[in-house]
Design a protein around this ligand. Structure first.
Ligand SMILES: NC(=O)c1ccc[n+]([C@@H]2O[C@H](COP(=O)([O-])OP(=O)(O)OC[C@H]3O[C@@H](n4cnc5c(N)ncnc54)[C@H](OP(=O)(O)O)[C@@H]3O)[C@@H](O)[C@H]2O)c1
Length: 327
């Protein structure tokens, strides 16, 4: 079967011919991958992991089912969880180690994958494979950021940073939940697209470096109820100033790195709930698939354009998601 492997050098991929999947074992399903999507994580994983099949997120058709699999049949349209071993309940080290497309576990940039039946979720009727392929990481992460702990309530204000995959998914989900959304971007053109998707207020963070002050202005000095911080060290201290007293921040991003000083006094004196997000279980993918979300696919690349898709991701010109479709 055709697949791509990482070479350890971005954006170089190696097109390979790997043996096709063996007959599925007990509880397993063979999926013929139709579309995969890229996440920022895939850029990080591609800096090493030579020989690994990349990409965590894909959707496709069930091709064969192993003994004991009653819930799936050949031809079913499915999307797989980011961590096939995390079906529900608390995250454990063992469940975390099942994340696809990184740290020693092959991913979805292949013609076929073999997965546990319990890792699969039915693609909603009317949703394309390209859209479904965006749900496992960006979609579930956005869902977890908004709803897993203190769920967003109608009328609350949600602050979103940038217009990448997670933030645009969060924009759609927050609006569907009745929230008021403030979103930032480095690009006025992207902010116009965000407005068209329902964003109530927009801030260009290049032109307005003190975007926390602008959020306060837009909220009558109160601040956002919930912020989704995809930036990390270089944005968190500003985000802490942009949320209300007793507010909450869902932190999942490493766009500005992995380490940096944190304004701990702001966390305690403003009584902020700072919640770490690490994607979510298959149960959350089920919940997300029932929301009626229509993921925003910015661009679809053909199978032989996989390297161009990586280049587009690192160029960060995209709005929402980048997808590669089966040739
Ligand atoms: N922990 C988890 O579970 C989890 C899951 C998914 C993603 N993540 C992390 O979340 C982050 C976003 O992932 P993604 O896949 O959505 O990325 P993405 O699609 O590549 O998003 C890139 C966009 O982020 C915005 N951005 C970059 N630097 C920024 C900054 N300093 N301030 C505000 N916005 C900035 C830019 O938007 P504009 O062009 O509009 O300025 C850029 O286009 C990444 O760090 C990723 O690793 C974590």
């Amino acid at each position: 079967m055709r697949a791509y492997e990482l070479t350890g050098r971005l954006p170089r991929l190696r097109a390979v011919d790997r043996p096709g999947p063996a007959a599925p074992g007990p509880g397993q399903v063979v999926v013929a991958v139709q579309a995969v999507s890229l996440n920022y994580r895939d850029l990080l994983q591609a800096k090493g992991n030579a020989g690994l099949v990349p990409l965590s997120d894909g959707a496709g058709l069930v091709e064969a089912v192993g003994p004991g699999v009653a819930e799936w049949n050949a031809g079913d349209r499915v999307v797989a969880g980011f961590m096939p071993g995390w079906v529900e309940g608390p995250l454990t080290v063992a469940k975390k180690a099942t994340a696809l497309g990184g740290d020693g576990t092959d991913g979805m940039l292949a013609q076929h994958v073999v997965l546990p039946a319990s890792a699969l979720v039915r693609v909603p009727n009317g949703m394309s494979f390209e859209q479904a392929a965006t749900l496992p990481c960006a979609g579930v992460t956005a869902w977890a950021a908004l709803f897993e702990r203190r769920a967003v309530q109608p009328g609350e204000t949600v602050l979103l940073l940038g217009t990448g995959g997670v933030s645009i998914m969060a924009l759609q989900l927050a609006k569907a939940a009745g929230a008021r959304v403030i979103i930032t971007s480095s690009s006025d053109a992207k902010l116009a697209r965000a407005r068209a998707l329902g964003a109530d207020e927009v801030i260009n963070y290049r032109n307005t470096p003190d975007w926390a002050a602008e959020v306060l202005r837009l909220t009558a000095g109160v601040g956002a109820d919930l912020a989704v911080d995809v930036g990390g060290p270089a944005t968190l201290n500003t985000t802490l100033q942009a949320v209300r007293l007793d507010g909450r921040i869902s932190l999942m991003g490493v766009l500005t790195g992995f380490d940096g000083p944190v304004d701990t006094a702001a966390i305690l004196s403003r009584r902020i709930t700072l919640q770490g997000i690490y994607v979510g279980p298959v149960a959350m993918l089920h919940a997300l698939s029932r929301t009626g979300i229509e993921p925003v696919v910015d661009r679809v690349f053909q199978w032989d354009e996989a390297e161009a898709a990586y280049e587009a991701l690192s160029g960060a010109d995209h709005f929402g998601k980048l997808v590669i479709r089966k040739g």
